[in-house]
Design a binder for this molecule. Sequence first.
Ligand SMILES: Nc1ncnc2c1ncn2[C@@H]1O[C@H](COP(=O)(O)OP(=O)(O)OP(=O)(O)O)[C@@H](O)[C@H]1O
Length: 518
Amino acid sequence: MKITASDILNAKILIVDDQEPNVLLLEQLLLDSGYTQVTTSMDPLVVCDLNRINRYDVILLDLQMPKMDGFEVMAALKADHSMDYLPVLVLTAQPNHKLQALQAGAKDFISKPFDLVEVKTRIHNMLEVSLLYKKLAKNNLSLEDTVQKRTLELTKTNLLLGQEIDERKKAEASLRETYIQIKQLKDKLQAENIYLQKEVARQFNFDEIIGNSKLLSQVFQNVEQVAPMDATVLLLGETGTGKGVVARAIHSRSSRKTRPLITVDCTTLPASLIESELFGRERGAFTGSDSKQIGRFELADGGTLFLDEIGEMPLEMQAKLLRIIQDGEFERLGSPRTIKVNVRIIAATNRNLIEEVRNGKFREDLYYRLNVFPITLPPLRQRKEDIPLLVNHFVIKFNKKIGKLIDTISQEAHQALLQHQWPGNVRELESAIERAVILSEGNTLQILDRFDSFEKRVPRDDASIKGLVELECEHIAKVLQQTGWRIEGHKGAALLLGLNPSTLRARMRKYGIIRQSN
Ligand SMILES: Nc1ncnc2c1ncn2[C@@H]1O[C@H](COP(=O)(O)OP(=O)(O)OP(=O)(O)O)[C@@H](O)[C@H]1O
């Protein structure tokens, strides 16, 4: 910031003195020195007005004036413009006024009578300061203005930035929320997927067990729960409901799956042989036993022993079985040596074991040992929604076995299968389909059985066990009569009843059904 000579010469100067010669002298001096804007006044009362209009760079002010002295003029100037810089140079003949004037706001003084060199120098210096001050003030103002403008701009930008940050934050929050929702959906979908896959696996491919009914799903669930444990399982349910397949499924899903699953069908074993079958015998253990036999318990060591139709086991055998279940110990027939085995037991029965216990035909302690994890297989008539899947499964199976190409089932056949009550359950259905596949011509399955004739013999779910047994006995006898007492083969009663021939024979023995001559 520089003040030039021309700035100084063009500065605005006011001379105020009530003495005309002084005014003229000073005016002339300044004009001679090259100053271009020199104003004079002999009336102190107009100084404020003039200054308001012209904004002088220096006011040469006489102190002693009649109407208004220099002090009053300075006070008025200060008050009028609230000027923080008063560019006043006082003219005084009184030395004691000099300090007083400076205290009143004057910047400098010139002594009277005038020394012209001093006057010129002081005015020049004063103007330099005054102009510098003015420029500084102006610069300050423009700086303030710039600062204000920038501040305003910054505030605006800040506001915008704030809004933007707010919006970003909102967007981020909503993104986060969306992400959480997506994750939840994904997790749910995955869970559903896994569940569905499990369901599909369960419904259609639970080992060899076919069916997708609710009741069967419950069984699958139980199988999944118990299979990995070593717990004893008791399978309950009518004949042909699939207790055997469930036993195999439990074994194949257990840690023992690499070891054997040994089945003992208690109905087919004559009472006299059960013991040696189960526990084995040494050579010569009894008359006629000329060879050593390894029992089923030994064979099943490390694996699973499936005791089918456990309800048929003679009472004295039940006691031995209890011991081995409790201690894992037994002796071969004809040997004093105790053998220890690690066998998991799965037992099955279509009898009401509680009733058998009540009737003294089954040991109570053995019942409780076996009844650790009971699974009840529902009869087919209570889960008819499984019939189409089972029919499909068996048609494929027997197509392969017999060499047929059946791929359609008539509406009537379908209806007949759904209406029948299936007292022999899946086994009966399996036999019916095998028969139908054999007998059907072309590629459509024809059901030629007259199921309706069996309907009245179907066990009622609320019927007592005694009633069921009676019905079963009566039904077996009737079918045997129909087949001319033929048990096995395509025309045999076993196929019609949906039973294994050996099971049918056991039932006949049990119920005391003997061949009657026609
Ligand atoms: N859900 C099923 N899916 C496919 N086949 C089945 C199903 N249930 C049973 N079977 C078939 O039906 C037949 C009879 O089944 P299984 O021998 O397991 O019945 P069970 O209840 O043990 O009968 P029983 O009490 O007379 O011994 C078998 O050939 C078996 O493969």
